[in-house]
Design a protein around this ligand. Structure first.
Ligand SMILES: Cc1cc2nc3c(=O)[nH]c(=O)nc-3n(C[C@H](O)[C@H](O)[C@H](O)COP(=O)(O)O)c2cc1C
Length: 416
């Protein structure tokens, strides 16, 4: 029997609109544009109908191109997240609005103001997904004398978030006090420009998986957006590690929620589930090419196969798997991509996701629809009712702010 650490926990959902990348199927006639406002509107309205906690946008600040040719738009190639979310704030009432914004190239006074603006405009529904941005080429946009190393990026991030929190705290009723800093990273005196929102501070998400990133989140964040969203044991190990770090930072162990990004395929019968999951995977890997080379035809290793791992070791392992199974390149990609997220009937998925949150493997899920904008419909129409039948999902929004939906304590600097 699995130990149910949180026997009454409910599933929280965010929707993560990725942009144009390998997890979203753009070749399907049902796909909308990644830029048109109607795509964002349809997706967020479905999410709010399904009582999702948050609408989440990633962001990058430079086009991914090589020698003048765009190779992947990903989270670039669409309007700025804070501007987009401000338009969506006016069309929705309850759902949280999460903007990914990096601390390496932004400026604290400016970003604190823009985030506070979204928080006030939306009646306390804003969140900031703090990222440090690990691609060096983004730095060229900003002429900041290059790119900080990993440790300095996190040190800057922590000082940045602390400074932003002080700015959000510095205007209280008719009183205000400018915020000073001269710490080697920021030499500023910032006066607040936006009054406090109903939730005090925007909710702080963090995305970054290294030990340094996890410690930073344990000290500074409310929620971690992670990539541990496919295997429950892996997610539990991650969540346990985060809980240890949170306690070491002097906070209650449940003070930081974990929200893995994931994909959910729902269908009516087990046969249909298998068929749909296979279809999704094949579409994500792109249509079969006329010539699909076998691994023995290819040599050498180019590029960085996976963030944070040795590309040569990965190539060697994949080569071994391909040779053993006599896979073509495409079959190998299908095989190595096969463990993304969840697939099942609504009832199977409801049981599985409930087990995840009640065993402490995660607090919820940041769901990436594989079809945009209609890919959330099955989840809202089939999975949400199945979770509600199990008392594992709310039947109404619990409050008006994102902090209330997520059951978070007051902002870190505003606790007695
Ligand atoms: C789940 C996840 C989502 C991320 N999303 C973004 C993003 O939208 N924009 C961005 O610039 N960086 C993003 N990052 C990159 C992080 O900000 C960070 O630079 C990178 O993970 C390296 O830090 P780490 O070694 O602590 O993982 C993301 C990272 C993770 C793990």
């Amino acid at each position: 029997m699995t130990d149910l650490r949180y026997p009454n926990a409910v599933v929280h959902f965010g929707v993560f609109f990725q942009g144009v990348n390998h997890s979203t199927i753009w070749s399907d006639p049902r796909s909308g544009s990644q830029m048109n406002h109607s795509t964002f509107t349809q997706l967020i309205r479905t999410a709010e109908r399904g009582l999702l906690d948050a609408f989440f946008l990633g962001e990058g600040l430079r086009l991914r191109e090589q020698r003048g040719r765009i190779h992947d738009l990903d989270v670039v190639g669409r309007p700025d997240a804070l501007t987009e979310l401000a338009t969506l704030a006016g069309l929705t009432d309850r759902i949280g609005l999460v903007a990914t914004q990096n601390t390496t190239y932004n400026d604290p006074a400016d970003l604190a103001r823009r985030l506070a603006s979204l928080d006030v405009l939306s009646g306390g529904r804003a969140a900031w997904n703090v990222v440090t941005t690990d691609n060096a080429w983004t730095g060229a946009n900003f002429r900041r004398g290059g790119y900080l190393d990993h440790a300095d990026r996190y040190e800057r991030a922590e000082r940045f978030v602390n400074l932003a929190r002080r700015v959000w705290d510095s205007w209280d009723g008719s009183e205000f006090a400018p915020v000073d800093s001269d710490d080697g990273f920021f030499d500023v005196e910032i006066a607040p420009t936006v009054p406090r929102s109903p939730q005090g501070h925007p909710v702080i998400f963090q995305a970054g998986d290294s030990p340094t990133g996890r410690d930073f989140a344990a000290r500074s964040a409310d929620v971690i957006f992670s990539a541990h969203g496919s295997d429950r044991h892996d997610a539990l190990a991650f969540a346990d590690d985060v809980r240890r770090r949170v306690v070491a930072a002097g906070r209650p162990e449940d003070d930081v929620l974990t929200f893995p990004g994931t994909q959910i395929v729902v269908a009516d019968t087990e046969g249909e589930v298998e068929e749909k999951a296979r279809w999704v995977l094949e579409q994500q890997v792109t249509p079969a090419p006329a010539h699909d080379p076998v691994i023995a035809d290819i040599d050498g290793t180019r590029g960085a196969a996976r963030q944070g791992h040795d590309p040569r070791a990965i190539a060697q392992e994949w080569r071994r798997v391909a040779e053993e199974n006599k896979f073509s390149l495409r079959e190998l990609v299908l095989h190595t991509s096969a463990r993304r997220g969840f697939a099942g009937t609504a009832s199977q998925l409801a049981d599985e996701l409930t087990l995840w949150v009640r065993s402490g493997a995660s607090s919820g899920f940041n769901v990436t629809p594989f079809l945009v904008p209609s890919g959330l419909d099955d989840i809202v129409d089939q999975l949400v009712p199945a979770l509600q039948e199990r008392d594992a999902y709310p039947t109404a929004y619990v409050g008006t702010t994102l902090r209330e939906h997520l059951g978070l304590r007051p902002p870190l600097t505003r606790r007695r």
